[in-house]
Design a protein around this ligand. Sequence first.
Ligand code: NAP
Ligand code: MG
Length: 489
Amino acid sequence: MSGGGGAPRLPTHVDDLYVGGRWVTSSSAQRLEVVDPATGEAWGSAPQASPTDVDAAARAARVAFDDGPWPRLAPAERARVLERVASEVEGLAEQIATTTTRENGSPVAETAGAAANAAGILRHVASLAPHLEADDVRPFPDATRESVVRRDPVGVCALVAPWNFPINLVVTKLAPALLAGCTVVIKPAETTPLSIRHVVEACAAAGVPDGVVNLVTGDGRVGHALVTHPAVDKIAFTGSTGVGRRIAAACGERLRPVTLELGGKSSAVILPDADLDAVAHVLLRSCLRNTGQTCYVATRILAPASRHDEVVDMVVRTVRSAPQGDPSDPATVFGPVANRSQYESVRRMLATASGEGARAVLGGGVLDRPGYWIEPTVLVDVARGSTVAREEVFGPVVTIQPYSDVDDAVALANDTAYGLGGIVFSSDADRAQAVAERLDTGSVGVNFFASNHAAPFGGRRDSGLGVEYGVEGLHQYLTFKSIHRVRSR
Ligand code: NAP
Ligand code: MG
């Protein structure tokens, strides 16, 4: 069905959803159009699932959880299935890269690694199985009695994902949900409904039992129907802060657990002793990854006032040297932005920034060609407290702001409602770490930024609730039960 040679099968126009272990035709006549953001041309389509479709998927996941084998397997057996899913996903690397790049315009330099990254997450999570199997017996203070602490799967999980990393941001949820023994319904973004089908195929080929993984496609209404469905026990969401608040409110009403990975406005604090060549070396990856459409990127560059102009020169030189163009060309660094709505949103932000006094020393406009092309942009003269200094842009735009001393840099970095990522650059790692500890954010890098599958990743304040990755991420798919008993001797 998938993997292991044969001509790559790429989804284009599809009319089915994955429910109960089968591709079933949607009961809806409504379609989502899939547009190549590099050209603006529609090339594919997928169902806008009906309420009946969502209900069928949620019920299939419910039945698989309540009556199926998956939650009852030993964690080590589920881990073996996860390892097979990892191998199947690797076998689909080319299909995943091609479909994703056509859906969201992420350069192939990025999407070519998506399958390997997903496989890495799946294997890391599989390695956590012993954590679920360990006998956890805790004595009462009098030592005559004890409690067995069970880690049970939380149940049916709705996995709702955005368009920027359509594979990774599902797999970060899918892998721990599956290891825990949960069943899931996936709802990808409306503009990227196709690439995730490769992962669903990989799960089927790896022998994930019917009903454990289900897929519905559609817009925010489909997402709403799913997250409020009575069969759903837990919601894992990545996306905007606005939609995250609405989902949290719905979960509050139903008293269901929710993890939210939301927006960010992270800073790159360049300390006075930083080596700017070393900063330049990681700048594109750390501050503008995926044409700036990465939640944790440090798009706010804070420079010591004494080195401001030097930093501006370095950033402009580095960004200018990175090719923008056809995302299917492996040399491309900047592609288009992913969809029309994001294109309009970035343009509005650039107009607001300029209205508030910011000045583009590079870019600032759009490319005169079909598709959704924004010039890689470097803004200076950014007023403190202005919109572009505090709000997420989610496009190829960085700002540079001067600071007077380290306290000022920390205050500036923390002057936002978000708290997701951040980087501190210094030639003295201890000095950098001391500053990193003062940033009010869920993750921060010293001289680079990357997330580590073994370490928790999550946001503070408006950047979210809960974490993904690490054993802490696995806990989000568990519910704890204490069984108290008299000690046998
Ligand atoms: P979005 O509009 O919030 O959408 C995210 C997902 O939620 C999509 O599948 C969306 O469907 C669905 N949705 C929309 N309304 C819903 C509702 N009322 N109930 C349930 N689901 C609903 O976000 P986006 O524009 O796709 O993604 C960009 C945002 O994601 C940025 O703010 C970015 O920072 C954030 N992000 C965060 C992380 C992180 O890990 N912290 C990672 C990546 C991205 P539609 O596609 O149909 O709208
Ligand atoms: Mg949306």
